[in-house]
Design a protein around this ligand. Structure first.
Ligand code: FNR
Length: 396
């Protein structure tokens, strides 16, 4: 096992304090999310900043996503928390942590190492990874970099069914453990930061590695992408996405994969029910990091009703707004089985490639581990609704 264990958090901060006090060394990596974002910002060009920040419209939802303060952790004392179990079991595999890297496209915009850098950090720490369809390296290469770490593939539907089917086949063949179908992006949101720059990375051939390597995609081109990349990009734009999809279309995914299928982007209990009725093996509560519907519910506001509706029938996942260990704890306490980490790892990658992602993961996992212990829980299984109070439950 990598550098993980019952006292992950203690080891991490003890090491930092020792280096600081005995060797006069400060951590070279920013600790707070706000400092990290500012440091990463310095390393990024205007297009990359606009792409990662990229909330829809006024960014009201993007901003509100980060506000978990209506939920307060209610710690219990003297619970015997010297040994803490951070693992969680999902679809027949044990994940070392209740946190995964969220699918986040076009990581080449952030750092030359792109998804391979993120994957190497995950392999080092045994943090499970979800690869976007829109990656800068192929799903096969990323799977290899991840080794035996749990890996899921996020599936964006092509309106060319042969390409869609080929993606599902390749993911299974490459060793991915689950398919994540993102349903909140039938089309792109109105992202003012990208629009004002007239910038859309796919038009310059970024983030299309899975397509240009795909046999079905290549078959539909007159000349191979190596000879005419612009034609390949134009074809990608023609087939990418399908806004005509309905719940019935999920049968296509189930018909073409034996892997568990998780539906990502659910905000309403009615949709969670429909997803389960259409065979979902997991529900992911997310608003795509505020990039799609400006003014929508924040993900943390949406989570309780979805958890109540799902009622343990399938695992529930959560993302959009996770910045610190306490956020992870709160999402798990409301009923998520695992959370997906987004912008913090993206800024770690932008700041220092694989090393930056590893540093972000070490900090947030240590923060979570310590929060869990201090709240009186010696395992993720003990983190339940009794460990939280909503502000509406607090007396005068
Ligand atoms: C995303 N997200 C995303 N989701 C997805 O299913 N496929 C994708 O390709 C992408 N690409 C992507 C790019 C960038 C730059 C961002 C910031 C986000 C959404 C992502 O998986 C997740 O839902 C959000 O990142 C969660 O919000 P926070 O916590 O990052 O603010």
């Amino acid at each position: 096992m990598a550098d993980q264990g019952e006292q992950f958090g203690n080891r991490h901060i003890r090491g930092i304090y020792r280096e600081g006090m005995y060797e006069g060394k400060r951590p070279s990596f920013p600790t707070s999310y706000e400092d990290l974002r500012a440091a990463a910002w310095e390393e990024m060009d205007g297009n990359a900043r606009a792409y990662v920040h990229g909330g829809a419209g006024s960014e009201e939802t993007f901003e509100r996503n980060k506000d978990f303060s209506a939920w307060r952790i209610a710690p219990r004392m003297l619970q015997g928390v010297a040994e803490r179990d951070l693992t969680v079991d999902l679809y027949g595999r044990t994940h070392e942590f209740p946190l995964m890297i969220t699918p986040l496209g076009v990581q080449s915009l952030l750092h030359d190492e792109a998804e391979l850098g993120t994957a190497r950090a995950c392999a080092e720490l045994e943090v499970p990874f979800i690869l976007s369809s829109l990656s800068s390296h192929t799903m096969e290469d990323v799977a290899e970099a991840l080794g035996n770490v749990p890996k899921w593939f996020q599936f964006y539907w092509s309106n060319d069914r042969d390409v869609a089917e080929s993606f599902l086949d390749r993911a299974e063949e490459a060793g991915y453990d689950a398919i994540v179908v993102t349903v909140d992006a039938p089309t792109l949101g109105f992202r003012e930061r990208l629009i004002e720059r007239g910038y859309y990375p796919f038009l310059e051939g970024e983030g299309v590695a899975n397509y240009v390597a795909d046999p079905a995609f290549r078959e539909s081109l007159d000349v191979p992408p190596e000879e005419d990349m612009q034609a390949a990009v134009d074809h990608f734009l023609e087939i990418f996405g399908d806004a005509s999809l309905t719940w019935e279309d999920l049968a296509f995914v189930h018909d073409h994969t034996d892997l568990p299928v998780i539906i990502k982007g659910i905000l309403r209990p009615e949709d969670a029910r429909l997803a389960i009725d259409h065979g979902a093996d997991g529900i992911s509560v997310s608003n795509h990091g505020g990039r799609q519907v400006d003014g929508s519910l924040s993900a943390i506001e949406a989570l309780p009703a979805v958890v109540d509706e799902v009622d343990g029938e399938v695992p529930v996942f959560f993302d959009s707004g996770i910045r610190r260990g306490a956020d992870v704890f709160k999402a798990l306490a409301i009923g998520a089985d695992t959370v997906f980490l987004g912008r913090p790892f993206a800024y770690g990658l932008a700041y220092d490639g694989a090393r930056g992602v590893e540093a972000v993961l070490r900090n947030i996992l240590a923060d979570f581990d310590l929060t869990m212990g201090l709240a009186g829980c010696d395992s993720t299984a003990k983190i339940d609704r009794s460990t939280l109070k909503h502000e509406s439950e607090l007396g005068p």
